[in-house]
Design a protein around this ligand. Structure first.
Ligand SMILES: [Zn+2]
Ligand SMILES: [Zn+2]
Length: 245
């Protein structure tokens, strides 16, 4: 019988890690699961029926005060508010190196997109239509963040979402180093990203779903959407796991 040594080593390493750092729910700390049923049910989901079809804010379907004047994406779907367990999921995933949360975040995006498919965007077409898309791209981490974490967190989520939807990942965007967006205000965020996003491949004519973890002012999604449009892609559909408002 042949033994798959790499698999055996990986399983042993996983067992050792579980002994040293037992799996705990990111919401309540209960054991043995990353997100327990109670905390999953308690997530601050945004009802897509009432959300702004353009920027994804939770209550702007009729009249939105959150939309940016220079907002380019065709639609934006945000799965939940950035608070409580949702905020902890993002922090523990990105900065706590809990990579097993990538499929949890991807599943939340897929869930919100499915709900949004039943509601129109500003152009009257569904906010999400899987059949109309050619691929998934993601807001890339800066080189500095990549070096600090050792992974591009949204690339991991894009790959998980690709498994769920069957859409290919389109690793199309590059981001040069600017100041950390989290330290900046609304206008500073937009300026910080201006001209810092470029294309790594041809996207002309590609209809893309652009994803990010947190939408605060929409500056990152907006700058990436601009780069895609300048490369000849139609205005992308966008989706974020959590929304700050
Ligand atoms: Zn829990
Ligand atoms: Zn809006």
């Amino acid at each position: 019988m042949r033994v798959d040594c790499r698999r055996l080593l990986r399983d042993l390493a996983m067992d050792a890690a579980e002994l040293l750092w037992p799996t705990r729910c990111v919401g309540c700390g209960a054991g043995e699961t990353l997100l327990c049923d109670d905390c999953r049910l308690d997530l601050p989901w945004i009802c897509q029926r009432w959300a702004c079809p353009s920027c994804g804010a939770p209550y702007g379907w009729l009249c939105c005060t959150e939309c940016r004047r220079d907002w380019l994406p065709r639609s934006c779907v945000c799965a939940m508010g950035f608070r409580d367990t949702a905020a902890r999921i993002v922090t523990i995933f990105k900065d706590g190196h809990e990579l097993r949360l990538a499929p949890v975040i991807a599943a939340a995006l897929a869930c919100a997109l499915e709900e949004a498919a039943g509601w129109p965007a500003e152009d009257g077409l569904p906010r999400h239509d899987l059949k109309s898309l050619d691929g998934i791209c993601f807001v890339p981490a800066t080189a500095k963040a990549f070096a600090r974490r050792g992974f591009d967190h949204m690339e991991l989520v894009a790959r998980e979402l690709s498994q769920i939807t069957g859409l290919p990942v389109c690793d199309a965007l590059l981001r040069e180093q600017g100041a950390d967006q989290r330290t900046l205000g609304r206008d500073e965020r937009a300026c910080n990203l201006e001209g810092r996003v470029s294309l790594a491949q041809d996207v002309a004519g590609k209809r893309l779903l652009l994803i990010d973890d947190v939408a605060t002012t929409g500056a990152s999604l907006g700058a990436c959407a601009r780069a895609l449009c300048e490369g000849g892609a139609p205005a992308p559909d966008t989706c974020a796991f959590a929304r700050v408002w």
